[in-house]
Design a protein around this ligand. Structure first.
Ligand code: SAH
Length: 223
């Protein structure tokens, strides 16, 4: 494909994805606009470029995946962002979800446990001139205490139970979206908030999902 054909194809493929998401019931226009602004092909291996705008999860490296666009859209919309929030993401991965969020909130803090993935994601944030993303290497299950409290937390790896350390780092009216293991080897996407006197979490089940597991060891090595 020559440059112009490739550009035309990307433009059409991106518009097609937005139509697919609408067709699946995604009505949040600001979420759809942020997805439309984010070049997913920049977040995946070049061998998979023709699938960049398919509504499927795709392998990145180190056995990790970039989420299915519908799930990215659903999780993003469920955060109910107004543009003023500070959002913590656990599991930077390719950086795609963080990039989508960066258009919809004040600042994204994102933590990744695998250094080479983090380095790649940071390169993409720079290339796309996304200046409101702060990232670091570490075990995200303990959150980012120095930057807490957050308005929102989004966990993009599967937790074995509701991560209370992270819940402790959201404000009283905060929202956490997290995939949690459920019986039978499934994962349920959950929306977690605090009750009125912050004495207990309020948990709403959303849909079944499949994320790579949340693991606690930090990986320093290269490929
Ligand atoms: N949000 C990513 C997809 C994430 S895949 C994207 O848009 O591409 C899940 C990621 O979570 C993987 O990169 C994995 O390494 C990371 N991860 C798993 N457990 C973690 C932990 N305890 N702390 C930080 N990152 C973790």
């Amino acid at each position: 494909m020559n440059g112009q054909n490739n550009k035309d194809w990307l433009f059409a493929a991106r518009a097609g994805l937005i139509m697919t998401l609408r067709g699946m019931g995604m009505r949040d226009t600001s979420t759809l606009a942020a997805i439309e602004k984010t070049p997913r092909e920049a977040f995946i291996p070049s061998a998979l470029h023709q699938h960049a705008y398919d509504n499927v999860s795709l392998p990145i490296s180190h056995g990790q995946t970039i989420s299915q666009p519908f799930i990215v859209a659903l999780m993003t919309a469920s955060l109910e962002l107004t543009g003023r929030e500070r959002v913590l993401e656990i599991g930077t991965g390719s950086g795609y979800q963080a990039s989508v969020l960066s258009h919809l909130c004040r600042r994204v803090y994102t933590i990744e446990r695998i250094r080479p993935l983090l380095v790649e994601a940071e390169r993409r944030f720079k290339m796309l001139k996304l200046m409101n993303i702060t990232s670091r290497l570490g075990d995200g299950q303990f959150g980012w205490p120095e930057a807490a409290p957050f308005d929102r937390v989004i966990v993009t790896c599967g937790a074995s139970e509701i991560p209370l350390h992270l819940l402790a780092q959201i404000k009283d009216d905060g929202i956490m979206i997290v995939p949690v293991d459920s019986p039978g080897g499934h994962q349920k996407l959950k929306k977690v908030t605090w009750n009125e006197d912050r004495s207990a979490p309020v948990v709403k089940d959303m849909i079944d999902v499949r994320f790579v597991p949340l693991l606690s060891d930090v990986v320093e090595d290269k490929d």
